[in-house]
Design a protein around this ligand. Structure first.
Ligand code: ADP
Ligand code: MG
Length: 516
């Protein structure tokens, strides 16, 4: 079966695709309408099940699950854009290679013959969707071969298209059924879903491709798909764009005049950010597009100083509103790429294409350096701000962790919990000394029964705090000293007795002070 000889056997592709589009539209409507009630029923069944154990409920639940997944499938192919997968360079030959390995367990009965040429060619498309289409075609081919057989896979470039053919020696498709291929739910298999080819047709259509089928009963079937080849320039990362240019225009004016195209290109590059623009505007009052223009302006005019303060402000804003840092990275990298595309096109439109390499390298260095600098300052101020917030939070927590509770007019109690390190000892000193001074406290009870551990350095510090309290005429009282802490004091050989009274427990101390 040669493609060129059998043109008339091809399924009329146009017919299929328009049919698919309308079916898709209807299906999307139906799917939405039906999915919600089904999901509700599922929920009620779940409730019912919790009370009665009934096998019918199990069956009903399984059936409903089937229905829901069928509808999800349908929704998926009829609105493939729901999956906002980015377009990227995809090597179909590499994907074909990988795909054939997925069917290793079938190799004992089906031989795969590969003939790949022009393997450098790429498609600009949705990688996962394209992979899924190849998978569906392979799966059908394997399923069509009842016993032993072969699948011939070809990959080559013809004109502006990458052509892939998958030809099996399977059961074939009766002529009258060929027209049905790609229709949702059309299947001749007992376990079939009839959704495989629907997905294939829909993806190929989405990528501006073509699909042909040629089949003969008990001989085999050949699917030929054609996908537009990615443009040479796009592959190298430089894009020729249709931008407007007026003779003698400055770079800055050029950017301004093509403002809309710039934004469009930016959004196409930063696909994950696109859906977040509004959210970021609402949450942090940050206008990403306006800021992108500003950054580009600073870069092309080499206004380093302003760019740095801009980067700092952005870093703070980003940290303040806890915006996802991944979006920022994607956004700035997109700006970098679009900026280069614009510079390339500016040079091209000025007619400066055969200019010296040297000038290019100088410019390359300058621009990339500025973008890198932007990112560096952005991240520095981002982390500085975050650190500051952390520091503030720690201070707050520390402050709360040293509560001074008045017991009587002259007696206060400080219950300490957790670990005491040098940092906390500082907080204790600060708070306690200040309070004693202002409130004229005469007795200060430190309850240490919930202190797990005190660092040696903190013990020394604590001793100095006791000295300080004594100097101020305040008598420190320690209660609930744990054996470990006492051992530490002994080991450090600290003179303890004159500094503070010690009571076995807080109750003892309270009885004494309140009883007086
Ligand atoms: P399913 O595989 O679940 O039946 P598909 O959409 O993948 O759904 O295929 C629809 C129908 O098209 C199949 O049931 C089968 O009758 C026919 N078909 C698809 N590919 C082949 C093939 N390679 N050889 C023979 N018949 C095929
Ligand atoms: Mg299938």
């Amino acid at each position: 079966m040669d493609v060129k000889d059998a043109k008339n056997d091809y399924v009329n592709n146009e017919f299929h695709l328009s049919q698919l589009a309308s079916v898709g539209q209807i299906a999307a409507g139906i799917a939405h309408e039906v999915k919600n009630p089904l999901t509700a029923v599922k929920g009620f069944l779940q409730l019912l099940k919790e009370n009665h154990v009934d096998e019918y409920v199990d069956i009903a639940q399984a059936e409903l699950n089937n229905a829901i997944s069928t509808l999800e499938n349908l929704l998926h192919v009829s609105k493939p854009d729901l999956e906002d997968e980015p377009f990227q360079s995809v090597s179909m030959s590499a994907e074909l290679e990988l795909m054939s390995h997925l069917f290793q367990d079938q190799m004992y009965r089906v031989q795969i013959i590969k003939n790949f040429t022009d393997t450098d060619a790429k498609v600009f498309g949705k990688r996962n969707q394209l992979k899924k289409a190849l998978f569906n075609l392979f799966k059908n081919a394997f399923e069509a071969i009842p016993d032993k057989g072969t699948i011939k896979v070809e990959h080559y470039v013809q004109d502006q298209y990458i052509v892939i053919s998958i030809e099996d020696t399977g059961v074939g498709i009766p002529q009258e059924k060929v027209k049905m291929l790609g229709t949702p739910f059309f299947t001749t298999k007992i376990q079939g879903t009839g959704m495989g080819l629907t997905q294939v047709f829909s993806v190929i259509y989405q990528h501006a491709g073509n699909i042909h089928v040629q089949s003969e009963e008990n001989v085999g079937t050949k699917f030929v798909i054609m996908l537009p080849k990615e443009a040479e320039l796009a592959g190298t990362g430089v894009n020729e764009l249709a931008l407007s240019y007026t003779e003698g225009q400055q770079l800055k004016e050029f950017f301004w005049e093509n403002k809309n195209d710039f934004e469009k290109a930016l959004l196409a590059h930063a696909v994950n950010v696109e859906g977040k623009i509004e959210e970021i505007q609402n949450v942090g009052n940050i206008d990403l597009l306006a800021n992108a223009h500003r950054l580009v302006l600073y870069i092309v005019e080499g206004r380093e100083h302003e760019m740095i303060s801009f980067a700092r402000a952005e870093g703070i804003a980003w940290a303040k509103y806890s915006l996802t840092i991944a979006f920022k990275l994607e956004w700035v990298q997109a700006i970098r790429r679009v900026l280069w595309d614009f510079l390339y096109n500016f040079d091209r439109l000025c007619g400066r294409t055969e200019d010296s390499f040297e000038r290019f390298y100088v410019q390359e260095k300058k621009i990339n350096q500025l973008v890198d600098q932007f990112l560096t300052y952005f991240f520095i101020s981002y982390t500085e701000y975050k650190d500051l917030v952390l520091q503030k939070q720690r201070e707050l927590v520390e402050d709360l962790s040293v509560p001074i509770i008045p017991l009587t007019g002259t007696t206060c109690i400080v219950p300490l919990i957790g670990n005491i390190d040098a940092y906390r000892a500082n907080t204790i000193e600060d708070k306690v000394i200040t309070h004693v001074g202002t409130l004229r406290i005469e007795n200060l009870i430190f309850d240490l029964s919930s202190v797990a551990e005190i660092e040696n350095e903190a013990i020394l510090h604590f001793m100095r705090i006791l000295d300080g309290l004594n100097m101020m005429g305040c008598k420190p009282v320690l209660t609930g000293l744990r054996p470990e802490v006492v051992k530490q004091v002994i080991r450090l050989n600290l003179p303890f007795d004159k500094k503070a009274d010690a009571k076995g427990s807080l109750q003892q101390a309270l009885a004494e002070f309140l009883g007086r």
